[in-house]
Structure formats: C-alpha cells, structure tokens
Design a protein. Structure first.
Length: 80
C-alpha cells in the first residue's frame, strides 16, 4: 500500500479513533491465538534493501547503500 492510499482510507474515519493493526496470519500469531493485535509505535521514512532468501522469505536490510529504496516504515508492537 502506498502512503497516499493509506491517507485516503484514514480520511474516511473519525480522526479521534485509536489505530491498531491486526493479523490472522498463522506465521505471526502461532497456534494458540485466532488473531494478533498490534499497536503502532511510530511511522518514519527510511531506506531499505528488500530481497528474498533462497526459500522465498522476505529480508530487509537497513544498510544505507545507494541501491536502497525509500519506504514509509510503520513500527508496531504487541504491547498494547
């Protein structure tokens, strides 16, 4: 999702609402939960290198090299 798309979606909501993220992805929640709630800690712009491992897992590198792409990075925590 692009920043402009997220902003458009958020503009449709009450500006006083608290924002939470959630996932039902089994790789994030484990076997004992049906959902994992996550709180947003910060949103920043950062440069990352994005690649995939040999098994297809996404890998991020905060290397700061010239080939990095800029991303809006949303830091989340499970500590509500």
């Amino acid at each position: 999702m692009k920043v402009k798309d997220l902003i458009e979606k958020l503009k449709k909501l009450d500006g006083g609402l608290e924002v939470l993220c959630y996932s039902e992805d089994e790789s994030l929640i484990g076997d004992d939960n049906g959902v994992k709630a996550l709180d947003i800690v910060d949103v920043t712009e950062t440069k990352l290198s994005v690649s995939r491992s040999q098994v297809g897992k996404v890998e991020l590198s905060f290397s700061g090299t010239g080939s990095d792409r800029s991303f809006a990075l949303v830091e989340i925590t499970a500590d509500l």
